[in-house]
Design a protein around this ligand. Structure first.
Ligand code: ARG
Length: 465
């Protein structure tokens, strides 16, 4: 009972059930490093402002560092009766260094303390995800580099649409990841603002220096409004949203990997090291990594939703509801980081199977648009060319097993006199790809240039951080 910092106001001990119920140690003990760093900075600032002595500050900083070492080596025992990481560390500090420890909480509250610690943790985690994403993008570029000449059926509605370079397809994921990195950088601007010194909600009468602690902790500056600083968690929502989009992109890639790896497609093989087998069906080699990333995406979306709903009814300023931010937030950040890392392996490890891909390009009408484009280039209005091509497709499709290019020139001429001998080369997947030279199109010349540009963009990202 006497252990609790609020014991002055209370005459009865906390109910044992409530003690366990309200503790957050299981999720916030991991904030010990941030807590110690922020507390040490606060103590140094208190001393330079003359609010505590230099000796007291030194005892506090050294005491905090010793506690940090003990936590790291696993000899520190957290006490659930002390609710959270903040009270555990502060109480232990006072136990170890005496009176000076009791001065650490001058001009601060757990409200600005926890907001500061969480912002520091989010900053680190987002930085980690950004660096994982750069690794992922590197793997995407390497795979794309090796497969500029691998022509695959591009799909819409999961149906053969138009042939594309596999590199072009992969570079689409590069673009998504690049935007994800941009979103992280942008989110970090708002995360990286210091609540420290906002105290409970209203600021403090003590002459503190928030600029200095903000700068020491690597923040761009102190938050302008003390009530906002302790009570908003929009930065946490934003971080979870950024994670959600990263996961959405990864999950779409996973879906493709799963489809490509399925027997009817057999477009890729995956390394044994990234697959698992079945306990009963000896022939199985399952793309579990991709399925798990796809599955975990739902959990990350759930984290975002938890945070949004937790916040929507809270009056200013701090409310204890906000203690519930950490679990979803940390889960989203951790899951996303590990998913990006494992997807880097998956991209590096998947190998396209040219035999199956080529075979799939042969069947059907994947260059039907090229037939219409051919007529259009020779003066037929596109709408009409589309209709004529549709009629040709219907006729060919009616003859079992026939492909567009199996028609003779005479048969084609029956539909339009514009057809010449060169129509047949126009129907080859390679020439279909290479004619798509419009900016952003899949012509291999474009794709090679896009790859080079992507390398430069990735390089620049590395230097930004
Ligand atoms: N463990 C709390 C949290 O995570 C710390 C802040 C507690 N503040 C309070 N006024 N009870 O939100």
């Amino acid at each position: 009972m006497a252990d609790k910092p609020w014991s002055g106001r209370f005459t009865k001990a906390t109910d044992a059930l409530v003690e366990v119920f309200s503790a957050s140690l299981d999720v916030d003990a991991r904030l010990y490093r941030e807590d110690i760093e922020a507390s040490a900075s606060h103590a140094r600032m208190l001393a330079s402002q003359g609010l505590i002595s230099q000796d007291e500050a030194q005892a506090i900083v050294e005491g905090l560092e010793a506690i940090g070492r003990d936590i790291e080596s696993g000899v520190f025992t957290f006490d659930i009766a002390l609710e959270d990481v903040h009270m555990n560390i502060e109480t232990e500090l006072t136990r170890r260094i005496g009176e000076a420890g009791k001065k650490l909480h001058t001009a601060r509250s757990r409200n600005d303390q926890v907001a500061t610690d969480v912002r520091l943790a989010v900053r680190n985690a987002l930085g980690g995800i950004a660096s994982e994403l750069r690794g992922f993008m590197g793997a995407v570029l390497d795979k794309a580099d090796a497969h500029v000449d691998t022509i695959v059926p591009g799909m819409t509605h999961l149906q053969h649409a138009q042939p594309v370079s596999l590199a072009h397809h992969l570079l689409a994921y590069f673009e998504m990841a690049l935007r994800d990195c941009g979103r992280i950088a942008d989110c970090l601007k708002r995360v990286n603002v210091s609540p420290l010194g906002s105290a409970a909600l209203a600021g403090t009468p003590h002459p503190i220096d928030r600029e200095t602690t903000a700068r020491e902790l690597g923040f761009t500056g102190p938050a302008r409004n003390s009530m906002d600083a302790v009570s908003d968690r929009d930065f946490a929502c934003e971080a979870a949203f950024v994670c959600s989009l990263v996961m959405m992109h990864l999950s779409r890639l996973c879906e493709e990997v799963i489809i490509w790896n399925s027997q009817p497609f057999s477009f890729i093989t995956l390394p044994d090291s990234l697959c698992t087998g079945s306990s009963i069906m000896p022939q199985k080699k399952n793309p579990d990594v991709a399925e798990l990333v796809r599955g975990k995406t739902g959990g990350v979306y759930g984290s975002l939703m938890s945070l949004l709903v937790m916040m929507k009814g809270l009056p200013l300023a701090y409310n204890r509801d906000m203690q519930e931010d950490k679990k979803p937030l940390f889960e989203a950040l951790e899951t996303t980081g590990s998913c990006v890392r494992v997807m880097t392996l998956l991209v590096a490890g998947m190998e396209p199977r040219k035999d199956a891909i080529d075979a799939s390009l042969q069947d059907g009408f994947i260059t039907a648009t090229d037939l219409a484009d051919y007529l259009t280039a020779r003066g037929m209005p596109f709408r009409e060319a589309h209709r004529v091509t549709g009629e040709i497709v219907a006729v060919v499709a009616g003859r079992r097993g026939k492909r567009l290019k199996d028609l003779s020139l005479e048969e084609l001429r029956a539909f339009s006199p514009l057809f010449e001998e060169d129509i047949f080369s126009a129907l080859e997947p390679e020439s279909s790809v290479d004619r798509r030279t419009s900016f952003g199109g899949t012509a291999r010349r474009n794709v090679r240039a896009a790859l080079q540009e992507a390398r430069v963009l990735l390089d620049a990202l590395g230097h930004e951080t």
